[in-house]
Design a protein around this ligand. Structure first.
Ligand code: NOJ
Ligand code: CA
Length: 564
């Protein structure tokens, strides 16, 4: 039995997950597993995240789009995943690649039209898969019509859709008084979280970019707008939502100054507004309770012990959250931090202990905000990329919880060899460059060395479909972000033709998991928590050593033994 992997698999009677989930919209009769879990389609799903901008371009403009995704649905069905999570596809000026929404009921024009969305959804349903979409409602774009109205005057009916405060007086200098922002809340994308707006001389709150003003959830009109837009998409047939930074929706509107300690982890402060659970329960009553949906919250600032507050099914909030303790185990802000296998296993242990049969987990080590899976948790050298990617797949598909695959991880795509600031697109990287490098705090070389390992743009380079120009991602113009130069060796066409590829290993592991209720719901026990086979520097050898301390009962095929 694999040591850190789902051990002690409980044999469960009854239908296989595939039989339980024959049609996209069918609701499953609630059955209970011998160890007490209520069976649900979203617990049995394997989710595949599509970052539309980088998945497949259909019209040669260099930007991935919805028809591009539709053209690859057979590829996804063949892989065996059964839920697609689509990162934001809404109308947006793209200050943060779609996480800044201008119109929640329109499709981003670069991605296509509403007809293209409907065709994508139809294609997904025809293949008995489901679609969840990104719900980004902590903030909008500053180009959203609500904000355009809100900023226009203090008595505009939309003023209270956002959070406005006057500045406060600062020190008096010989030149006169200085005005300070309402408090010292920082933005995740550098600088103050307050931006002064000349039209009314007040400040608005933005936890992310200046172009991403935070909505005022204490205004019931805002909450109802959100519930309505959720219903708009659910009535179209989508199957749920991934909820962006959802714990941040409720603010302490007294805005106390953060202490130096709190400034180290503002996400913890921001995630603990007074009405968070009340609003999520209201959202559940108003929307989710009326549909058979899957909800997964991005749980910035929520500790493991608090997870049940949001996901315990008896509290009627969300189905699952993404807990960052695993995926960020190798990070200190933007800096890389070496990690060890026992430390990672300890998090899986803690997760298991924190969540009982009423709370369900997610399993993931990558997404569009993190570096590539095999580069961060495996060994992306030519010799070990394939075996370490297979090993990580074995772990992710055998842990208890719903697994999330990020596009390209099934090919073991790697980090990009960034050299210069111009190679990046991400607003976070660019803001950081202005704040840290251009002010002389650190050198450009140090900054880029960090980001080469940790930048989100690593995950956003175009999908590598084949060995033709631009990896078959686009037929025309240059892609919006450069293709990784290793596309001639690492691409879907090659892997589909090779029965021993990472793609085929994912396919087998997904099939095995789908046929084995024990792998989904079975109890977990780490039989060897302090296994020291990882090197102290962890980064390269730790993941490999997970399997080196195992027997082969769960493996669908012999795992190549990496040279440690
Ligand atoms: C989390 C998203 O995953 C990230 O991409 C985005 O920049 C922030 N939330 C702001 O929406
Ligand atoms: Ca396009």
């Amino acid at each position: 039995m694999l040591t850190v992997l789902t051990a002690l698999c409980v044999a469960l009677p009854g239908k296989s997950p595939a039989e339980n989930n024959p049609r996209p919209t069918a609701s499953i009769a609630a059955t209970t597993t011998p160890n007490g879990y209520t069976q649900k389609w979203w617990k049995e799903a394997v989710v595949y995240q599509v970052y539309p901008r980088s998945f497949k371009d259909s019209n040669g403009d260099g930007i991935g789009d919805l028809p591009g995704i539709t053209s690859k649905l057979d590829y996804l069905q063949n892989l065996g995943v059964n839920v697609i999570w689509l990162s934001p596809h809404y109308d947006s000026p793209n200050a943060d690649n779609g996480y800044d929404i201008r119109d929640y009921r329109k499709v981003m024009k670069e991605f296509g039209t509403m007809d293209d969305f409907d065709a994508l959804l139809k294609g997904i349903k025809q293949r008995h898969m489901r679609l969840i979409i990104d719900l980004v409602v902590n903030h909008t774009s500053d180009e959203h019509r609500w904000f355009v109205e809100s900023r226009s005057s203090k008595d505009n009916p939309y003023r209270d859709y956002y959070i406005w405060r006057p500045g406060k007086p600062g020190a008096i200098s010989p030149e006169g008084g200085i005005e300070l922002p309402p408090n010292n809340d920082p933005s995740f994308f550098f600088g103050s979280a307050w931006q002064k707006d000349p039209a009314t001389n007040e400040y608005y709150l933005h936890f992310f970019a200046v172009k991403q003003p935070d909505l005022n959830w204490d205004n019931p009109k805002v909450r109802n707008e959100v519930y309505d837009l959720m219903k708009f998409w659910l009535d179209k047939g989508v199957d749920g939502f991934r909820m962006d930074v959802i714990p941040l929706i409720s603010k302490d509107q007294t805005f106390p100054e953060l202490t130096p300690e709190q400034l180290q982890r503002p996400d913890i402060v921001y995630a603990h507004g007074p009405h968070r659970d009340e609003y999520l329960q209201e959202m559940n009553r108003s929307v989710m309770a009326k549909y058979d949906v899957m909800t997964v919250g991005e749980a910035l600032g929520i500790s493991l012990d608090e997870t049940p507050l949001i996901v315990d099914e008896r509290r009627h909030e969300l189905n699952m959250i993404f807990d960052f303790a695993t995926v960020r185990i190798n990070r200190q802000g933007r800096h890389w931090k070496d990690w060890t296998l026992p430390a990672l296993k300890a998090v899986y242990d803690k997760q298991d202990a924190a969540l009982d049969i009423h709370s369900w987990n997610t399993v993931f080590l990558s997404n569009h905000d993190n570096p590539r899976l095999v580069s961060a948790f495996g060994d992306d050298s030519a010799a070990n990329r394939v075996p370490s990617a297979k090993l990580l797949a074995t772990m992710l598909f055998t842990l208890k919880g719903t697994p999330f695959v990020y596009q390209g991880d099934e090919l073991a795509m790697t980090n990009y060899p960034f050299q210069r600031i111009e190679d990046f697109d991400d607003i976070e990287v660019k803001n950081g460059y202005k704040t840290e490098v251009l002010t002389g705090k650190i050198t450009a070389a140090d900054y880029i060395a960090d980001l080469r390992k940790t930048s989100r743009d690593n995950a956003r380079t175009p999908m590598q479909w084949d060995a033709t120009t631009y990896a078959g991602f686009t037929t025309g113009a240059k892609p919006w972000l450069a293709v990784n130069p290793n596309y001639t060796q690492i691409n879907a066409k090659e892997e589909l033709a090779d029965p021993n590829s990472v793609y085929h290993y994912y396919q087998k592991m997904i099939a095995l998991r789908s046929k084995s209720p024990a792998l989904i719901y079975g109890d977990y026990k780490d039989l060897d928590p302090t296994n020291p086979t990882s090197s102290p520097t962890g980064e390269r050898s730790a993941a490999r050593s997970i399997l080196s301390s195992s027997t082969s009962q769960v493996r669908p095929e012999p795992t190549p033994s990496p040279k440690a």
